[in-house]
Design a binder for this molecule. Structure first.
Ligand code: CTP
Ligand code: MG
Length: 232
């Protein structure tokens, strides 16, 4: 039997944030980690990932005009790289990037620039699950007991940790179904905190696959130190 046609993958990297929780002279995705911008780590990972044919990378307007800063966003493997102006909230940035994908891929992977160390095996599995079910995201079991509290900090409820997962990226979807989900909620995107919730709200099925502890999101200054230590 002939092998079936390989999947075409598109990668969106959300890199248009201002990084308020990690103060410094440049937004965190441009801060150097191991001598290259934080964003370069995930860019290189997906550039080398089998089946990736195009990137759409959301950047803020100011950075988009700075070719000296974005010059490294060139594929070493012939992947088409498109730089796109992002929006005010993450999901708006993702939507603007999604709209530029051409040709339509089979599968789209959406990743945070702030996660420099995605795991190959987890990403591969998420792609397989998205092909099968519609969507799949990397996620981790929750290690701390989670309390639901009211506005005064009074505990309302202690949640059952065994059924909780902390969402990571990439979040992986069948492209056509994801576009229909985003289209349905255009204008309300700011209320959603990740891509999976939009897909779920549109009735899509999203599986979790085991991510990796090292796939943390660089958020606070101490996370940058953790990332530096991992590189050593
Ligand atoms: N992001 C984006 N567009 C936005 C906001 C965020 O593309 N309008 C991206 C960020 O650049 C980051 C990812 O979404 O790679 C995850 O967001 P987060 O870690 O919250 O980054 P920031 O919003 O930049 O940081 P902060 O919330 O601390 O301001
Ligand atoms: Mg943010």
């Amino acid at each position: 039997m002939l092998p079936s046609k390989p999947l075409s993958l598109a990668v969106i990297i959300a890199a248009a944030g201002s990084g308020k929780r990690l103060p410094g002279s440049v937004p965190k995705q441009w801060r150097l980690l191991g001598g290259i911008p934080l964003l370069a780590h995930s860019f290189r990972f997906f550039d080398a990932f089998p089946g990736v044919q195009q990137f759409a990378i959301a950047l803020d307007a100011q950075t988009l005009a700075m070719s000296e800063r974005t010059g490294f966003l060139v594929s070493a493997h012939g992947v088409n790289v498109r730089l796109v102006e992002g929006g005010g909230e993450r999901q708006e940035s993702v939507w603007k990037a999604l709209e530029t994908l051409d040709p339509a891929p089979d599968i789209v992977l959406i990743h945070d620039a702030a996660r420099p160390f995605p795991p190959v095996d987890g990403v591969q599995l998420a792609i397989e699950m998205a092909v099968r079910e519609g969507g799949a995201i990397l996620a981790r079991p929750v290690t701390e007991t989670i309390k639901r509290v009211n506005g005064n900090g009074l505990i309302i409820e202690t949640l059952d940790r065994s059924v909780l997962r902390a969402a990571q990226t990439p979040q992986v979807f069948q492209y056509g179904a994801l576009m229909r989900a985003y289209e349905k909620f255009v204008g309300q995107l700011a209320q959603f905190t990740d891509d999976a919730v939009i897909f779920e709200a549109a009735g899509g099925k999203v599986l979790v696959v085991n991510g990796s502890e090292n796939n943390f999101k660089v958020t606070h200054p101490e996370d940058f130190e953790r990332a530096e230590n991992l590189l050593k």
